[in-house]
Design a protein around this ligand. Sequence first.
Ligand code: FE
Length: 335
Amino acid sequence: MLQIRFVALLSLLFFVLVPVCQAVAAELVVYSSRKEQLLKPLFDAYTKETGTEISFVTGKIDALLKQLKEEGRESPADLLLTSDAGNLWHASMQGLLQPIRSKVLVKNIPEHLYDPQRRWFGLSLRARTIVYSTERVNRNDLSTYEALGDPKWNKRLLLRTSNKVYNKSLVAMFIAEEGEEKAEQLVKSWVDNLAADPLAKDSQVMDAIVDGQGDIGIVNTYYFGHLMRENPNLKLALFWPNQESTGVHVNVSGGGVLRSAKHRKEAVKFLEWLSSEKAQNLYADVVLEYPVNPRVQASKEVAAWGDFNQNKLNLSKAGELQTAATRLMERVGYN
Ligand code: FE
C-alpha cells in the first residue's frame, strides 16, 4: 500500500514539477533560420546580462514557417529571426508576426529598415553590391547596376540563381524604384551579358571570378568578407554602385515577435537589446554585416571596404513586389 502511494506521489511530483522546470529553464524561445554559431554568442551575452534563458530552434526559413503554421497558437516560439526582408515580409503576411510598439526600436533602427506596420525590424544590414576581378577589371569602368548591362560586360557577368530570395528582393527593389518596364530592361540586359549559367551561391560567383569564368558579379557583402578572411590575397574587390543616384541596394537580417508568443514582453525586450549599441557591435562583428543602428560603427574589417550611400526605399517593398520580381525574371529567362 505504502509502495503504491509512494509511486503515486512520485508520478504526481513528476507531472507538477516537470512543466515548472521547463518554464523556468526557457524564458524565451527563438525560431531562427540563422546559423547557431552566429546566434549563440548573442544569446549567451543576453543571458549573462539579464538572466533570461533563451532556447532556440534553427532550420531553413520555409520549414520554420511551415512548423509555425502547424503549431498555431500552441507554438512555444516567441520570436522569429531570419535573413532578408522578403522572408520577414512573408512571415508577416502569413499572420505569424504581431505589431510591436517600441520607442527603443524606432529610435535605434532607421525607418527604411523596418516594417511600416512594425511587425518586423532589421537588426543587421548587408549590401548586395558589385564584386570584380582586380586583375581584369579597371575600377574606373564601374558605375551603376544598370551599366552591368552594357556591351562592354558581354560574357563577363556572373549571377546567382534567380530563385534565391536575395535576388528576388533585389529585383523587387528595382521595380519599386524604377517601375516594372525599366526593371525588366535592366535584368534582361544582365541576362544577355552572362558569362555562364547562374550559380547556386554567392560564394560560387566569387570562386568563378577567381577562376576566370567571368570578371564581375553581384554578391552580399558578408560573403565577400568571409572569403577574404580565409584568403586575403584573392584578386577581388567590392564596388559601390549608383553613388550619384539611388544608392547601393541593402537588405537586412532581422526579427519579429510571433503571435503565438507566451513571453511577449521578454521578446520585445530582447529585440530592443539586439538593436542596442552593445549587441549591434557583437552582432555585426560575428556575422561581418553592418550595424543597423547608425550610432554604431562597422567592425574594422568591414569598414575597410569603404563608405557608401545606401538606397533608402522601405524594405517592405522587397516583399510586396516579390511575386512581380519572380515573374519578371522568368520572362527575361533569368534562371
Ligand atoms: Fe546569406
